[in-house]
Design a protein around this ligand. Structure first.
Ligand SMILES: [Zn+2]
Length: 221
C-alpha cells in the first residue's frame, strides 16, 4: 500500500462514506489528515479547517478530534447521526432477542438498551436501566449483522451482567454454575453452524439457540 502526501493509504473515505460508518476504518489520529484531504478535494468549512489543523500524537487533541469530526461532517452537509441511529436500532433488535431469554429465565428486571459508546471504532453496548454498562465487553461493531451480531449481543449481555452485577447468566439447569467464583466458567455463547447458541458454562454442551432459552434448560433465580 502506498502512502500519499497526506499520510493516508490507497483507500480513504469520502465525507459521505465517513458519515455512513467509514470512519470505523482509519484511526482518529488520521482524521486530521483526512480532513486536509477533503479540504484539498474542495469541501470547506471552519470546523473542517479546525479538524485539519490538529496534529497527531496529542492525547487531549485526540479526544477533541472524536467530538469535532461529527460537527465537521455536518458542517459540510453529511450528518453521521442517521447511520448511527440505524446501527443502534439494529443492535437493539439483537438485544431484544436476548431479552426474551432474560425474561423467560426470571431476569426481566435487567432490560438491555442499545447505547453507542463514546470512542473509536463505533461500538454499541448493552446498557442497564440505571445507565451502567461494561465497555470492556466486546460490544457490537458496525460490520456485524445476522448470527454474528446476535452472538456478539448475547456475549455482551452475559458479560455485562457478570461485570456489573456479578451474576453468572445463563446457567445450565443440570450442571449448575460457578457460585464459588463466577469468573471460572467457560464462554456462555458460541456460533454453531452459523447459529448463535448458549452453552453450558460448566460442561460445555449446547443449551439452546439464543432467543430460545427456557426456564427448564436454565436456572432461574
Ligand atoms: Zn450443562
Amino acid at each position: 500500500m502506498s502512502i500519499d502526501e497526506f499520510g493516508l493509504g490507497d483507500w480513504w473515505p469520502r465525507p459521505d462514506q465517513a458519515a455512513a460508518g467509514g470512519l470505523d476504518h482509519p484511526p482518529p489520529d488520521q482524521w486530521p489528515m483526512l480532513a486536509a484531504k477533503w479540504l484539498a478535494a474542495g469541501f470547506d468549512s471552519p470546523q473542517l479547517r479546525q479538524l485539519a489543523a490538529f496534529r497527531a500524537g496529542d492525547g487531549a487533541a485526540l479526544m477533541h478530534v472524536l467530538d469535532l469530526m461529527p460537527e465537521a461532517l455536518r458542517s459540510i452537509g453529511f450528518d453521521p447521526a442517521p447511520a448511527d441511529a440505524e446501527f443502534t436500532a439494529r443492535c437493539q433488535r439483537a438485544l431484544n432477542v436476548v431479552q426474551h431469554d432474560l425474561d423467560i429465565t426470571g431476569y426481566s428486571q435487567y432490560r438491555m438498551r442499545a447505547l453507542i459508546g463514546r470512542g473509536w471504532p463505533a461500538t454499541v453496548f448493552p446498557t442497564l436501566p440505571d445507565g451502567s454498562y461494561w465497555s470492556g465487553s466486546q460490544g457490537m461493531s458496525r460490520e456485524l449483522d445476522g448470527p454474528l451480531l446476535l452472538f456478539s449481543a448475547a456475549g455482551s449481555v452475559s458479560a455485562t451482567l457478570k461485570e456489573v452485577h456479578e451474576i453468572e447468566w445463563p446457567v445450565c439447569a443440570v450442571h449448575g454454575g460457578h457460585s464459588e467464583n463466577i469468573w471460572d466458567g467457560e464462554d456462555p455463547v458460541d456460533l454453531i453452524s452459523d447459529v448463535a447458541w448458549w452453552l453450558c458454562t460448566t460442561a460445555g454442551h449446547a443449551l439452546a439457540p439464543v432467543g430460545q432459552l427456557t426456564a427448564r434448560l436454565a436456572q432461574t433465580p
